[in-house]
Design a protein around this ligand. Sequence first.
Ligand code: HSE
Length: 340
Amino acid sequence: MKLLLIGFGVVGQGLAEILRDKAARLKQEQGFSAQIIGVVTGSKGTLFLSDGLKIAGLLEAARSGSFVDYPEQAGLRRGLSASEMIAVGAADVLVEMSPTNLETAQPALSICHQALDAGLHLVLANKGPVALDYSNLRAKAQAKRVQMRYEATVMAGTPTMQLAEEALAGCAITSARGILNGTTNYMLTQMEGGLSYAEALAQAQALGYAETDPTGDVEGWDAAGKVIILANALYGASLTMADLDVSGITQISADDMAAAKAAGERYKLIAQATPGGGSVKALRLPLSDPLASVAGAANAITLETDLLGDVTLIGAGAGKLETGSAILSDLLAVQRNRGR
Ligand code: HSE
């Protein structure tokens, strides 16, 4: 499977490490083998080699901050754009992992459409295109008989979309509620332990949980994007940000947290998606609420279903290998479902 990677930050490097470390096992157990043939970044440059780039060289060059340091190889092309790489016609899958833009979804959205037009499968960690243009992308993927998968966009590699769309395919899901942002959950946990807001945010950034611009995390927009993705995917809704009631954790002071603690409660940023709308709000939950004990960068979601009642999933919500694993899971699904 030949991959074009758009973006090579925390998630892209996580995917590359996983493909490197699990190559033998994936080949042996799943007959899966992937080559990274192109990488496009905003700040490090771009690299293309239709025979496959060397993962060790990519990771080393990324660490140095520029693909200028990637070693020369016969046939290597530097500086190609995503469109030019798609036009070569060698790739099977485009993996979109560039920074999320929840206002326009660009430039990723145009690249996603070009990839689908060219008959590539599309796997996304970038939330922008899925949150803002889900129905057009879905329709195009169906028309082109290719797959569009986006497990990484909600709760990293914790299999939220696969649970909802595949395992629970026979159920009607009537609401989804939970903790959908790893950065703020990590920050709230650390602040309860005595860290300042700024220290907690700096740690969440260093650990690779936060968005490139963490404003989206702390003001609730990242979780709101996930609410829209869930509403689109679970209910066929076509919600926009304007339909949601969104706030974040920026207004919570150390005194607020102490008051919650004294009352046997804990602040959590709770997201809710229903067929008609949704919200993201910091709420004080009693410690007896199962969501109150979801700590650190973990996320949780409870899906309310007609046949099973509530189904709750708890797991990693952000992180390098945690999100890379969602991409791998989608790539394996693309391979499994090919030709169906
Ligand atoms: N910034 C996001 C979060 C990354 O903290 O949840 C995962 O979508």
